[in-house]
Design a protein around this ligand. Structure first.
Ligand code: FDA
Length: 309
């Protein structure tokens, strides 16, 4: 717990970011979780996954953008990615995931409007390419803003995916709001360091909240996207889908690139839809720290990689 908090606090440290970011993306610890630095490497990862029957949601890494040009560059990176995916004939199996903080939300009073405009540009490109966009969820202070952008985007792009984090006290109510026909909702535990007045702190409480949210989503009319590596929650999700007479294909499982690849293939072999979240780009630092915080057992390996560079 203490190490988890230290790693999540480290994810916000500029000094640590500078030190760690000098590691090459090819180093074992980074390349385990990140598909590469370029759009072509991400497309290649999506192609390999699809050959194994796995779909993907590709994320151009970067968050907390404080510079308008950077927000535009990130938006353009998504347009390039979608064009490459389309050219490679992969858009049936690959969509994109976007963090609003990477495309301008933090840019002062107009930030949300800038992020909405950029998200609209990406959603249109995704629609033209025959695929979809999912809005990642970030810190609790930004949930209302993300949901408001989601509602705006869904007017023109109803297929836009939402993400809800089970650790937040508010999320059961958000699940009820979003469990309607055509609504794609990714349910995850939540990856940020949140205070007790908004989020469950004990892993068991988060798991119980995850199950309560799953019940709402599986009983609803939407399309649940069950994003977890947790074997118990995967089992419960399958049982709930069966209880609600959901056919395979009326929900999906999602996991992160490099995490439990054998489990991903096992679910595909059972006939389930499985989507892998594929991050790429050179801004991998905060993403990597969150992955290490989830599994502190990897931290020794990480520190050794840093020291023996
Ligand atoms: P947890 O980390 O508690 O692990 C539970 C169990 O899973 C472990 O006890 C073990 O059995 C198994 N397990 C986990 N990792 C393993 C490993 N490396 N090897 C073997 N077994 C392992 N968060 C967020 O805040 N906003 C977002 O938008 C997203 N988006 C997102 C997309 C997708 C597709 C996924 C899968 C996750 C996210 N997340 C996220 C991250 C999410 O909130 C959460 O932090 C991680 O998924 C880790 O939580 P788990 O549910 O896997 O459980």
């Amino acid at each position: 717990m203490v190490l988890r908090q230290a790693l999540l606090t480290g994810a916000r440290s500029e000094r640590l970011r500078k030190l760690v970011s000098t590691m090459p993306v090819s180093s074992a610890i980074v390349s385990r979780f990140v598909a590469g630095e370029t759009a072509d490497e991400a497309v290649e990862a999506a192609r390999r996954l699809l050959a194994d029957g796995l779909q993907s949601s590709i994320d151009h890494l970067g968050e907390d953008t404080l510079d308008r040009e950077q927000a535009t560059r990130t938006t353009n990176a998504y347009l390039t990615l979608l064009e490459r995916l389309s050219r490679a004939g992969l858009t049936r199996g690959a969509e994109v995931s976007v963090k609003l903080s990477a495309i301008g939300r933090a840019l002062g009073a107009d930030g949300e409007k800038i992020a909405l405009d950029n998200a609209r540009t990406i959603a249109l490109a995704a629609q033209n390419a025959g695929t979809t966009l999912t809005l990642d969820m970030e810190e609790h202070t930004t949930v209302d803003s993300t949901l408001s952008v989601l509602h705006e985007l869904r007017r023109d792009f109803p297929e836009t995916g939402a993400v809800l984090q089970a650790y937040l006290h508010r999320t059961e109510a958000d699940c009820r709001d979003l469990a309607h026909e055509g609504s794609r909702v990714r349910l995850c535990k939540g990856a940020y360091n949140e205070p007790p007045f908004v989020a469950y702190q004990k892993p068991n409480d988060v798991d119980r909240a995850f199950v309560r949210c799953l019940k709402i989503l599986m009983a609803g009319q939407g399309y649940p996207m069950v994003a977890t590596h947790d074997p118990r929650l995967i089992e419960i999700a399958s049982a709930l889908a069966m209880r609600h007479d959901r056919s395979r294909g009326s929900y999906e499982f999602q996991m992160l690139y490099g995490i439990r690849p054998q489990e991903q293939l096992r679910l595909v072999a059972l006939g389930d839809t499985v989507r892998v979240y594929v991050p790429y780009g050179d801004q991998w630092y905060a993403y990597l720290m969150r992955r290490l915080a989830e599994r502190p057992a990897n931290t020794g390996f990480f520190v050794r990689s840093l020291l023996t560079r």
